[in-house]
Design a protein around this ligand. Structure first.
Ligand SMILES: [Zn+2]
Length: 198
């Protein structure tokens, strides 16, 4: 069943490892790459290696960055006293789109899911607690409106309340079971505005 030379099979295999890419798409991408001029393929492969090599996590918020702290954490115009907690770095992009949030972020890199055996120690909760100081006035929890996202929000509230911290949760309105990124800008901006203390 060896239709292709090993190098091609290998490339298909690598593409198929990407999220949302099935075998058919992997095959199509591979054949596309083989039809490109050599220089373009080199540029592509360099971009991959460079991105992976230079991008790291911000030591403060956990966002992707090429300089530490990241551009948001080191921006003197951002309000350091308001921390918005989200699940993934991509959620920062979503929040930034509405242009109404001027605080800083904390990326958890996941959520709490007892069903999947993921506890508080598996996400960046400890790092969040370590960020609590008199300077911090509010922690806005903007985890996804899923069972896991809600459980995570409740846990954060429970752990920060004894520290006398104001913890709020963005309002509902975002489709339940969905992901922050599926909320349009108006919905998300309303959800942020209508946040309630938890
Ligand atoms: Zn940062």
């Amino acid at each position: 069943m060896d239709f292709y030379p090993v190098a091609i099979e290998k490339l298909i295999e690598e593409f198929a490892k990407l999220p949302g890419v099935g075998h058919k798409t992997a095959q199509r991408l591979t054949l596309h790459i083989l039809n490109l001029p050599k220089e373009e393929v080199e540029e592509f492969s360099n971009a991959l290696v460079q991105a992976r090599g230079t991008i790291k996590y911000c030591s403060v918020c956990g966002n992707y960055t090429d300089s530490d702290p990241c551009a948001i954490c080191s921006n003197p115009n951002r309000e350091k006293g308001v921390i918005c907690v989200i699940e993934q770095p991509k959620d920062i992009m979503t929040m930034e789109k509405i242009k109404e949030f001027n605080g800083v972020y904390h990326v958890l890199h996941g959520n709490i899911s007892p069903m999947q055996g993921r506890g508080p120690q598996d996400i960046r909760i400890r790092e969040l607690v370590a960020r609590m100081s008199p300077e911090v006035k509010e922690v806005i929890v903007a985890t996804n409106p899923t069972i896991e996202g809600e459980a995570t929000a409740m846990y954060i509230s429970r752990i920060l309340k004894p520290l006398d911290m104001k913890v709020t949760r963005i309002a509902s309105g975002i489709p339940v079971g969905g992901d922050l990124e599926y909320a349009d800008e108006v919905t998300l901006s309303k959800a942020l505005e209508g946040r309630k203390e938890i």
